[in-house]
Design a protein around this ligand. Structure first.
Ligand code: PNS
Length: 163
């Protein structure tokens, strides 16, 4: 049984995240999309709202025969992966700029849990500039983000902003 976790803030989920899920699913039997619940940050969406949006968006993605689970977590990613008996941590790399940060995280996670490997996947080039932060910024300033985030996420962002 090959189980992986795909950790992240997912504030909010983007089509880049879904692209990484689609690409990584055939490599594993089970994948836990692990949403970080970090009370220090002031996220746009609560961890539960982020989990809900991911669960709703997942059926739009071909996840092969991989069982998909969405959960929030607090604390260390490596510790969460160990507790879930995962053997891999999936991370997406968009451009060279991501590499240094991702390398540091992967090495630290390996030091914390030497049996868990980080697996990097390259996002599709059409998502190479897509980040949750950029999507929120552009959306809040009235710019178009269609095609870059799922429609249901765009609707929730609209509702959140008008609330
Ligand atoms: O989507 P993000 O914000 O790039 O995801 C970053 C995340 C959640 C993977 C990273 O911040 C993380 O692992 N946080 C949990 C705390 C932790 O384990 N820190 C040490 C990482 S080496």
């Amino acid at each position: 049984m090959r189980r992986a976790i795909f950790p992240g803030s997912f504030d909010p989920l983007t089509n880049g995240h879904l692209d990484i899920i689609r690409r990584s699913a055939p490599l594993f039997d089970e994948m836990i999309v692990a949403v970080l619940n970090n009370p220090d940050k002031a996220p746009m969406f609560t961890a539960e709202e982020r989990c809900e949006m991911i669960r709703e968006a997942l059926p739009s993605v071909d996840t092969a025969r991989c069982k998909m689970i969405v959960e929030s977590f607090s604390g260390l990613t490596a510790e969460f992966a160990r507790a879930k008996h995962a053997t891999a941590i999936v991370r997406g790399i968009r451009a060279v700029a991501d590499y240094e940060y991702e390398l540091r995280m992967a090495l630290m996670n390996r030091r914390l849990e030497p049996t868990i490997e980080t697996v990097f996947l390259m996002a599709g080039e059409e998502y190479s500039y897509v980040s949750s932060t950029l999507m929120k910024q552009v959306f809040e300033l009235g710019g178009r983000v269609d095609g870059l985030i799922p429609e249901l996420v765009e609707e929730r962002m609209r509702a959140k902003i008008s609330a």
